[in-house]
Ligand binder design. Structure first.
Ligand SMILES: *[C@@H]1O[C@H](CO)[C@@H](O)[C@H](O)[C@H]1NC(C)=O
Ligand SMILES: *[C@@H]1O[C@H](CO)[C@@H](O)[C@H](O)[C@H]1NC(C)=O
Ligand SMILES: *[C@@H]1O[C@H](CO)[C@@H](O)[C@H](O)[C@H]1NC(C)=O
Ligand SMILES: *[C@@H]1O[C@H](CO)[C@@H](O)[C@H](O)[C@H]1NC(C)=O
Length: 218
């Protein structure tokens, strides 16, 4: 089963308590459309069931969904819609190239790449979001520390990193890699939060130099 390697990898790490599991590098499983198993509100998942990975010619897989050649779908973010091509997944990059007038700025939203709302001086009616001490204006993006989230300041923000203020980051790893079918291991920077891997290591290239046991701090 293709998901076995991934399951083992996660179970070694999954004993950390707490709902925010982003320190464990679980984001990629969401990205791949895998289903979490064995976790509840207060614990992180023990393993993941990942969807069917074999892709027929003329189809593409993204987020656990199979697309036919010519189908368009949303890629890693709203500024990068994707299209399934015979050679794989192609990406289009939307360049908004918006320059605000003097004394103004463009307020963004999470669901649109380009802003449709220019806000000008004075900013009296503009929401200010206090994100653990740093202030953002309405329509400004922010990334809360310790989470794999992409957020925006908008009215009624109460300091909680939830919808409709925040959404999960997408790594879009299927756009360039097929880590499940070639059983690659994700490689992360050694940082407190592990969102998208910086690279995948194929089993044939892997050399184990140091095994970190679950529960140890190094
Ligand atoms: C998780 O918490 C919600 C509300 O906080 C509750 O309704 C739900 O039953 C809980 N689920 C589990 C699996 O504990
Ligand atoms: C799929 O495409 C590759 C290269 O484009 C080709 O070599 C292969 O024979 C195709 N497989 C099938 C089942 O059509
Ligand atoms: C892409 O996302 C946008 C905004 O969420 C949505 O309106 C659109 O229907 C999506 N497109 C596809 C092809 O799923
Ligand atoms: C923002 O929140 C912090 C607490 O997280 C508080 O100390 C600070 O005074 C707030 N700043 C403003 C301008 O409300």
């Amino acid at each position: 089963m293709e998901s076995i390697l991934f399951a083992i990898l996660v179970s070694a790490l999954a004993f950390v308590q707490g709902k925010n599991c982003d320190s464990l590098g679980t984001l990629i499983y969401e990205d791949l459309g895998c289903k979490a198993k064995g976790g509840n509100n207060n614990t992180c998942p023990i393993s993941y069931d990942c969807p069917q990975i074999t892709v027929k010619n003329g189809t593409c897989k993204f987020g656990g969904t199979i697309y036919k050649e010519g189908n368009r779908f949303n890629g890693t973010n709203v500024c990068m819609p994707a299209v399934c091509m015979s050679s794989g997944i192609g990406r289009m990059v939307i360049d908004c190239n918006q320059r605000p007038e003097e004394g103004c700025y463009f307020a963004n939203t999470l669901d649109k790449c380009c802003s449709i709302d220019q806000i000008c001086d004075s900013f009296d009616d503009v929401e200010i979001c206090n994100v653990t001490g740093r202030l953002y204006l309405e329509g400004e993006y922010f990334t809360p520390k310790g989470y794999c989230l992409h957020c925006i300041c908008k009215p009624n923000f109460a300091g909680k990193f939830v919808a409709p203020f925040c959404e999960r980051i997408r790594c879009g790893i299927e756009l360039t890699n097929d880590p499940i079918s070639d059983k690659s291991a994700p490689l992360y920077l050694n940082s407190p939060v592990r969102c998208c891997p910086i690279q995948f290591i194929k089993p044939t290239n892997a050399i184990v130099t140091h095994i970190i046991l679950s529960g140890s701090s190094s």
